[in-house]
Design a binder for this molecule. Structure first.
Ligand code: DX5
Ligand code: ZN
Length: 215
């Protein structure tokens, strides 16, 4: 049975960057809900990926929700640029925002965007508890952020259940890292309602089937 309530957000980190528009059209036609865009600065994480100009270009070729995942130090410095580039959801890392978490959330909302916070595998749910009421989305990392195609860490997925038990039902619980048809089921059973998948979707010969299987 297809679960329509589960949001599927393919991560374009695993797409062919030389043909990004075609890749985005492919996932859109296959029924994806959001485009997950991984922004990395080579500082917060060891890898460097996409920046503001690419988000701006993607905005021009799709109406899908742009789910921007900032894996960068000093996120507050870049919220304005990523907002104006056309992001719909901006998720920053708790570990990067340090004492500025409330300010970053406020800033994202001041641009009329949805605000998300992400936690690395080593971060406990208790640490973000004070911010839950102000957030639209929590992104649980089930790999160390930085690269696509890594192995799912099931112990991190347990956090989904904990978040779901202490947060409002309107909050989106998204999971990112090592998601395939099997790990998706684990996450959904624990209470996740949005799934990011890079490698699983883009390496598939049948993207529509891959997305349907995730749902
Ligand atoms: C990792 C990124 C993920 C990544 C997921 O740091 O945040 O979004 O693209 O890739 P897969 O689904 O291949 O693990
Ligand atoms: Zn991501």
């Amino acid at each position: 049975m297809k679960n329509k309530c589960i949001i599927i957000a393919p991560s374009i980190l695993s797409a062919d960057f030389a043909n990004l528009q075609t890749e985005i059209e492919k996932i859109e036609n296959a029924g994806a809900d959001w485009v997950h865009i991984d922004v990395m600065d080579g500082n917060f994480v060891p890898n460097i990926t996409i920046g503001v100009p690419v988000v701006k270009s993607i905005r021009k070729v799709t109406k899908m929700i742009l789910d921007v995942h900032l894996m960068i130090e000093n996120p507050q410095k870049y919220i304005k640029d990523f907002s104006l580039a056309g992001s719909d959801i901006i998720t920053f890392h708790y570990e990067a925002a340090k004492e500025n978490v409330f300010d970053v959330i406020k800033l994202i909302k001041s641009y009329g965007k949805k605000a998300g916070i992400s936690i690395k595998p080593c971060t406990k749910v208790q640490e973000i508890k004070p911010y839950l009421k102000d957030l639209d989305l929590i992104l649980v990392m089930t790999v160390e952020p930085g690269f696509g195609g890594q192995k799912f860490m099931s112990e991190c997925a347990e956090k989904i259940k904990e978040i779901s038990s202490i947060s409002d039902t309107s909050i989106i619980i998204e999971v990112d890292g090592g998601i395939n048809d099997k790990t998706a089921k684990i996450c959904k059973d624990l209470g996740a309602n949005a799934l990011v998948a890079g490698n699983y979707v883009f390496s598939s010969n049948d993207i529509k089937m891959a997305i349907d299987l995730l749902r």
